[in-house]
Ligand binder design. Structure first.
Ligand code: SF4
Length: 437
């Protein structure tokens, strides 16, 4: 197949290539290496002395590279296309989305390049032999992999027949041979890949422990739009039993301290979040999957406490009530922080839980709150000044249902402070007068 390289959409005038090349030019070779996508650009640019470009008129041009001129050349490269998933998972969240949302939310991304660059989870089902060689050659490590089970029968039932298109154990052995490290996750669907299958899979993984950086066990997410009703919702007794069984297993596995439970288990079990020590691994990592909701609450609580212990902060605290809108999942975290804050400072933290009607009340994470749900909650709650944790906003500042913060505050006639980091939360608690949006 003809290699089209990576197209350069535009150069800024400060780029040394500005006067030599025009937008629409594609970078097709760096030195002797063919450029397939932006990964090749990053990997081969440093050692290349020349670059071959395909000009918009179809001619090729070889350019001497400017030594020591760093990427990305003051140029905007085209976005990498997304390798789509070929599975058919019973629990797929994309299939449980409401209709009519923005098209990007329906993309089933299963791209090993994104896994390496951005930490997105992949299943390995769609890898070709070429991909595997490329992962080895470019040393794309670590990768984030959804494994779910090592038993082909369970994988088939849970993820469809394509999940066994490749022999998963052979791929793991291949990664072990080349030292490609992995952060793994199991999405636990009761009756499919929970105990006893989970026990066998985790035991079998010991063979590959040299490349396993972490294993996260995440409860399946269920929205009101789910079609498959063949597995039960994870409730409090189930979550409690599961936590207890995994606790026992951690002691038996050689990589036991890398096996970690998502925060959601503790929320559903109504149990306290584990201490920091539970998120330290023998790979000398702490909270290796916090962005996957594994230890995120403990990480956050620690960050806020450290921030608030800074003696310089406590000088001019503005006393008063701070009203924080929160998802049901995050409520437990704020409840743990509340007594600490109120003991230390003349403030009171009023927690206002937002029920997720958009996806259904069983969806409790903050990142999936919709604008309409927040609005409904604000309209029922007395007060004019509120704060909201901002991870439910997309890159464009809108909620998943396309409502903007501006529209929300106008409609509710309140001010709403959007918080995006532990530092911002600490500042809000100590200094906010409650007037800004
Ligand atoms: S791998 Fe499964 S859960 Fe992920 S997008 Fe594909 S079908 Fe959905």
């Amino acid at each position: 197949m003809e290699n089209k390289g990576v197209q350069i959409l535009q150069f800024s005038s400060s780029s040394p290539y500005f006067s030599i090349l025009t937008p629409g030019t594609s970078l097709i070779k760096l030195g002797r290496y063919t450029v397939n996508d932006i990964l090749d650009v990053y990997f081969y640019y440093d050692e290349a002395r020349t670059a071959r470009f395909l000009l918009p008129n179809g001619k090729e041009k070889v350019v001497q590279l400017f030594p020591d001129y760093p990427l990305p050349l003051h140029a905007e490269f085209e976005k990498m296309s997304t390798r789509r998933c070929i599975n058919n998972c019973r629990y797929c969240f994309v299939d449980q989305m409401p209709p009519g949302m923005r098209p990007t939310l329906y993309i089933k991304d299963d791209d090993y390049r994104h896994s390496f660059l951005y930490g997105t989870f992949i299943t390995l089902s769609n890898l070709t032999s070429y991909d595997l060689k490329r992962i080895q050659r470019l040393y794309l490590s670590p990768l984030y992999v959804t494994l779910n089970s090592l038993d082909p029968k369970v994988r088939y039932k849970l993820m469809g027949e394509n999940a066994n298109r490749r022999n998963i154990k052979r791929i793991l052995a291949y990664f072990r041979r080349y030292g490609i490290q992995l952060h793994l996750q199991f999405v636990i669907c009761p009756g499919y890949n929970d105990f006893p299958d989970l026990f066998f899979s985790l035991k079998a993984l010991q063979e590959y422990q040299s490349i396993i950086r972490s294993v996260a066990l995440v409860p399946v997410g269920v929205t009101r739009y789910r079609r498959d009703l063949s597995y039960p919702v994870i409730d409090m007794p189930y979550a409690r039993d599961f936590i207890a069984e995994v606790g026992g297993l951690r002691d038996q596995l050689q990589y036991g301290n890398r096996l970690q439970l998502a925060d959601e288990w503790f929320v559903r079990a109504k149990k306290p979040f584990p201490p920091v020590s539970c998120y330290k691994t023998s790979f000398k990592e702490e909270f290796p999957q916090w962005e996957n909701g594994v230890g995120m609450c403990r990480w956050f609580i620690r960050k806020v406490k450290r921030e608030l212990k800074n003696p310089l902060l406590s000088e001019e605290v503005l006393p008063g009530q701070k009203k924080l809108l929160t998802s049901m999942s995050a409520l437990a975290m704020w409840k743990e922080l509340k007594p600490f804050l109120e003991k230390q400072y003349p403030v009171s933290l009023h927690l206002i839980p937002v029920i997720n009607n958009f996806f259904g009340p069983s969806v409790t994470v903050n990142g999936l709150l919709s604008g309409k749900d927040v609005l409904r909650c604000l309209q029922k709650t007395p007060g004019t000044h509120f704060a909201l944790w901002g991870d439910c906003l997309q890159e464009d500042g809108k909620f998943l249902d396309d409502m903007s913060v501006k529209d929300l505050v106008e409609e509710a006639n309140v001010s709403l402070k959007i918080l995006r980091s532990p530092e911002e939360f600490a500042e809000y608690i100590l200094y906010d007068r409650g007037g800004s949006t």
